[in-house]
Design a protein around this ligand. Structure first.
Ligand code: NAG
Ligand code: NAG
Ligand code: NAG
Ligand code: NAG
Ligand code: NAG
Length: 491
């Protein structure tokens, strides 16, 4: 009886403490932040000398985004820096992940035409953050390629042009802001930019074999675009290490995205399929960056659709050492062998995902169709990353939308218990990975600081811990999750 009694007592106590959102243990210097991206929040798309990006172009093609939404105004963050930083201060935020709009600094994407107003704008933003005790983590590429580079050179399909122009842009950012910005992320989710941009065409620039107006090649182009992004990352890191790191003393790395793939059964082919899925999703980018070449599974399956790195490129990959692994993680699915797709990336991956095992869902579903709440998945994925790459990890995005959030009455939207439970569950699992598995996760950023333009889903999906009223003058209101996270940070 006694062990059972104690077990029950401990269970009750832990449920009580969890419910209060307190006592999730984290190392003292753990980085707690929130994240956003330029095109999703800034607006002011045609102001301050900014040039168009592929997202301006794509979102203005009818039918490409939900209700034809665009980022023209978004959260109007461009005009509300002071107001938004005040909100950050009021919740005790000390770290903020933001991105720079490339075409705000370089309207045609090239270094030949620098827009001083753009530089002034980000100087102002960085200074306001620092003045208020908030450390910026800055992403250089969060999907908004200057349109001119796409039209004139083929964008990410042109390896040489990509490496040159991304290198120039990165250099300009280090030179202009690196005295104050000490945490650089080269690319955000190059997987999405490659797959959604060039295989499905569901995101900018909207290319695929059957897409209009951008007819591409769904089998070949995702690999080509990814290849250019990987090498452009390496160029930027190399520039940082050679020209800036010694004096500026900052860190640099890439942010990659992946769900966790849990084998559907114990069968070896399902176990293999799950491992292959992780290699195709994370290894596609992380293997070249941390190990100098693509995973063997990809080389074997994709054959010559997957570009080769030249000897010189391999050298570049090896010498451009990243300081950390940036991981965006939201969800977990079961994986089994085989796929119905006949060619291209998904055929090569040869794995099928499903949220169901024996008819039971893997977790609760959030609002987005792809997002299932599976806290244990984040513990498994950081273990996978650390086992394979032996490098410290920042969770650079994690969060959820609430079922039907956009359709709920305002008072229910801001009482987002669902989101609080999600964050609590995932943070608990991260804490376990740190303390029990000894995985060096050093930071965590909630996606997102506020509701924003959710790409092809427009404004219908809300991921913010602050509500944004797009109808009533973009008014911001903290949700319960903002208060909960604020308490966690302060403690
Ligand atoms: C993209 O296309 C692949 C292959 O048809 C499919 O499996 C996948 O679900 C699609 N993803 C999205 C987000 O539409
Ligand atoms: C996909 O996986 C199944 C099951 O493991 C295997 O029988 C099949 O040959 C594989 N197909 C390809 C193209 O690799
Ligand atoms: C493949 O497609 C068939 C017919 O549409 C379907 O019955 C089957 O479940 C699919 N298999 C997988 C692994 O998706
Ligand atoms: C918030 O929602 C929870 C259930 O999710 C409910 O128990 C609570 O009463 C609500 N609080 C307010 C202030 O509406
Ligand atoms: C809209 O919000 C901005 C920024 O907070 C403010 O300056 C302006 O006065 C507001 N306009 C109205 C009509 O409320």
């Amino acid at each position: 009886m006694r062990p059972l009694f104690f077990f029950t007592l401990i269970l009750i106590l832990s449920v009580v403490t969890l419910a209060r959102g307190k006592n999730i243990p984290f190392p003292k210097d753990f980085v707690f932040g929130t994240a956003t991206a330029a095109y999703q929040i800034e607006g002011a798309a045609r102001e301050g000398g900014r040039g168009p990006s592929i997202w301006d172009y794509f979102s203005h093609i009818p039918g490409k985004t939900f209700k034809d939404a665009t980022g023209d105004i978004a959260c109007d963050h461009y005009h509300r820096l002071e107001e938004d930083v005040k909100l950050m201060v009021s919740m005790g935020l000390k770290y903020y992940r933001m991105s720079i709009s490339w075409s705000r600094l370089l309207p045609d994407g090239t270094i030949d035409n620098i827009n001083q107003q753009g530089i002034d704008h980000y100087n102002k933003e960085i200074d306001i953050l620092l003045k208020n005790g908030i450390t910026p983590f800055v992403t250089l590429y969060h999907w908004d390629l200057p349109l001119n580079l796409h039209i004139k050179y083929g964008g990410w399909l042109n390896k040489e042009a990509s490496m040159k122009h991304f290198g120039d842009y990165a250099d300009l950012c280090f030179k202009s802001f690196g005295d104050r910005v000490k945490n650089w992320i080269t690319f955000n989710e190059a997987w999405c930019a490659s797959i959604h941009g060039y295989l499905n065409g569901s995101q900018a620039p909207g290319r695929c074999s059957k897409c209009k107006p951008e007819q591409g090649d769904s089998d070949r182009e995702p690999y080509q675009a990814a290849h250019s992004m990987i090498l452009s990352h390496a160029v930027a890191v190399d520039i940082y290490l050679n020209k800036y790191k010694k004096t500026q003393k900052g860190s640099i790395g890439m942010t990659m995205n992946s769900g966790w793939g849990e084998p559907l059964t114990n069968k070896p082919e399902d176990q293999d399929a799950a491992q292959r899925l992780m290699e195709f999703q994370l290894g596609w980018f992380a293997d070249p960056i941390f190990r100098g070449d693509y995973p063997l599974s990809m080389r074997r399956q994709a054959g010559n659709l997957l570009p080769q790195f030249t000897q010189a490129e391999k050298q570049l990959l090896i010498k451009s050492k990243s300081d950390f692994f940036g991981l965006n993680h939201y969800s977990t699915l079961y994986v089994s062998a085989r796929t119905n797709v006949s060619s291209g990336y998904y055929a090569h991956m040869n794995a099928t995902t499903t949220p169901y095992r024996d008819g039971k869902p893997i977790g609760e579903r959030a609002d987005s169709t792809w997002l299932w709440v599976v806290p244990w998945g984040i513990r498994k994925i950081v273990n996978w990353v650390y086992d394979r790459y032996q490098i410290k990890i920042y969770i650079t995005e994690n969060g959820c939308d609430v079922p039907n959030e956009d359709k709920l009455p305002f008072d229910q939207i801001i009482n987002d218990t669902f989101r609080v439970n999600y964050l609590q569950g995932y943070l608990n699992a991260v804490s376990e990975a740190i303390h029990q598995d000894k995985v060096p996760v050093v930071g965590y950023f909630v996606w997102s600081f506020m509701d924003n333009f959710e790409w092809a889903d427009g404004y219908a999906k809300r991921f913010g811990i602050h509500h944004v009223d797009y109808v009533k003058n973009n008014t911001r209101t903290p949700k319960k999750s903002a208060k909960w996270y604020s308490e966690l940070i302060k403690q």
